[in-house]
Design a protein around this ligand. Structure first.
Ligand code: AMP
Ligand code: MG
Length: 502
């Protein structure tokens, strides 16, 4: 069974929560003609859309906001959020409109959201639009994250226009069709906590549990169980970000998914050199969202979410706070354990010893001091050769060693790594194969997105978007024809500066 857009059955679960939670609003079409910039076949499969659907004019019309799906009731979601640590009591989708909810044949729920489709009641001072540049960045990165097996919202397609959108420069408007089982965020709960509308918190929590965490319904305290589950998923997500060197850039609570998905790609960046203090958002003056701060910001954000759940957890406020606190206290342990597991996999270690933590930390310290490229180093380590016992002076690991400036320090570390591998009887060949499944060869470096953006903006040439899109779907594969993307970034890429919302 596959769907055509004209007959697709729509669902309205979130919409049924009513106007306290959302505002019905229609997308505003572009003034100029719109075109399809890129289409994600794999995402269309998630929705069981029929093959070739992207060639129909109706497809472009729907996903550029010009036409509505039959019986659709598009809406923008209401939420609040802690932005850079400060509560903003009312936000909401200022430039995103959910145009449909669909269920595929496996009964998976998908919300289809147009991002950049015009004003909503929550637009505040914004214009409701998204520029082509930021749309391409989100489109490519959400697919890259998926390729890395990191939970994320997906993207179905991008449409563009000639409409002028005013940012620091005049740019053109584009629309990303974002897909997620739910776009509910931590901030969706916070808004009702600060408005003292505790019944609404309960309604929303019940909705999220029923539709997205049904296994929690049988728990004695489903709300506490929801908190526990969200803590686990968030800790795991951030551990995954840290393990691939991904800096999100704007971890406000309105950008934290209730499902533990990477949500809202703004000024994000994959690290080139391993620089733990890296700040990717040029307006983040305090470095609140620096790469190395992400795990602790995760806890801050979860605390905001937990606070919003307090009225549901127990009748006694003291007891409720105590129960939530106990759950939050587990976050750090969960994060550390998830991160350790991921880093052990990256080093090709099967067994687990206490010393592993130091092995990882010391490698990262060396990489930081020597400005070593994070992705390249870990990929090269996949070919680490434990020394030949018959020829102990052989230096098989020169290609890795040469990356470092302080080579004697690397040698010391390599010796420890070698001992550790020998301890578990590690086989070089088998380990290499396994390590290459978790250490990507290709990541979306900022310069790569920048080249694709320039071509799209200046020449309407979308071929580089397509090339990167395909490349990043298989980041662990060798892809010899794409070797160029596996190298160090060009020097000019250091100058790229990305701001918050665009
Ligand atoms: P973000 O930083 O993209 O997560 O956005 C934070 C808030 O600002 C959200 O409520 C967005 O919907 C809103 N917003 C961002 N950009 C715009 C825009 N151009 N027009 C209207 N609202 C916007
Ligand atoms: Mg946002």
């Amino acid at each position: 069974m596959s769907f055509s857009l004209k007959t697709i059955p729509l669902h309205q679960s979130f919409l049924e929560l009513g106007e306290q939670f959302l505002s019905e609003v229609k997308p505003t079409p572009f003034k100029t003609e719109s075109n399809l910039i890129h289409f994600n076949k794999n995402a269309a499969k998630l929705l069981d859309l029929k093959e070739g659907i992207e060639e129909e004019q109706f497809f472009v019309d729907i996903f550029s906001g010009k036409q509505a799906l039959q019986n659709a009731k598009p809406f923008a979601m209401l939420y609040a959020g802690h932005q850079f640590g400060q509560l903003n009591p009312q936000l909401g989708d200022g430039r995103a409109i959910i145009i449909a909810e669909m269920h595929n044949k496996n009964n998976q729920k998908w919300e289809l959201q147009l991002k950049g489709s015009g004003l909503t009641p929550y637009s505040r001072d914004g214009d409701g639009r998204a520029v082509l540049r930021s749309t391409i960045r989100e489109y490519l990165c959400s697919e890259a994250m998926h390729g890395l097996n990191i939970p994320t919202t997906r993207a179905l397609c991008m449409t563009g226009s000639e409409d002028e959108v005013y940012r620091e420069n005049i740019e053109t408007g584009a629309i990303l069709t974002r897909l997620a089982p739910s776009h509910v965020r931590f901030g969706s709960f916070e808004i009702f906590y600060y408005r003292h509308q505790y019944d609404h918190i309960r309604t929303l929590a019940d909705f999220v549990i029923e539709h997205h965490y049904p296994e929690l319904l049988s728990e004695t305290n489903p709300y506490l169980a929801l908190l526990t589950e969200v803590i686990k998923r968030t800790a795991k997500l951030i551990a995954q970000w840290q393990s691939v060197g991904f800096a999100h850039g704007v971890m406000n609570t309105d950008n934290m998914s209730i499902l533990g998905l990477t949500l809202d790609y703004g000024p994000y960046r994959f690290l080139d050199d391993y620089e733990p203090g890296y700040i990717c958002n040029h307006s983040d003056y305090q470095g609140r969202y620096a790469f190395e701060q992400q795990p602790s910001i995760g806890l801050f954000n979860l605390s905001c979410f937990a606070q919003a759940l307090l009225p549901l957890i127990d009748k006694s406020p003291d007891k409720s706070a105590e129960m939530a606190k106990q759950k939050l206290e587990k976050y750090q342990t969960i994060f550390i354990s998830d991160f350790a597991d991921l880093m052990r996999l990256k080093l090709g270690l099967i067994e687990s010893y206490n010393e592993d933590q130091h092995l990882v930390e010391d490698l990262l310290e060396l990489m930081k001091n020597d400005h070593v490229d994070y992705t390249i180093l870990f990929r090269k380590l996949c070919d680490f050769i434990t020394k030949d016992i018959n020829n102990p002076d052989s230096n098989n690991n020169a290609a890795i060693r040469d990356i470092f400036i302080q080579r004697d320090q690397f040698d010391q570390w390599a010796n420890r790594y070698q001992q550790r591998l020998i301890k578990e009887g590690s086989n070089d060949k088998q380990r290499s194969i396994k390590m290459k499944r978790v250490n990507p060869k290709y990541i979306l470096r900022n310069y790569m997105a920048e080249v694709a953006i320039k071509k799209a903006e200046e020449e309407k040439d979308y071929s580089e978007i397509d090339r990167l899109f395909k490349l990043l779907q298989n980041p662990f594969a060798e892809q010899p024809e794409n070797e160029i993307y596996a190298g160090l970034p060009p020097d000019w890429s250091r100058e790229i500066s990305v701001s918050c919302s665009s």
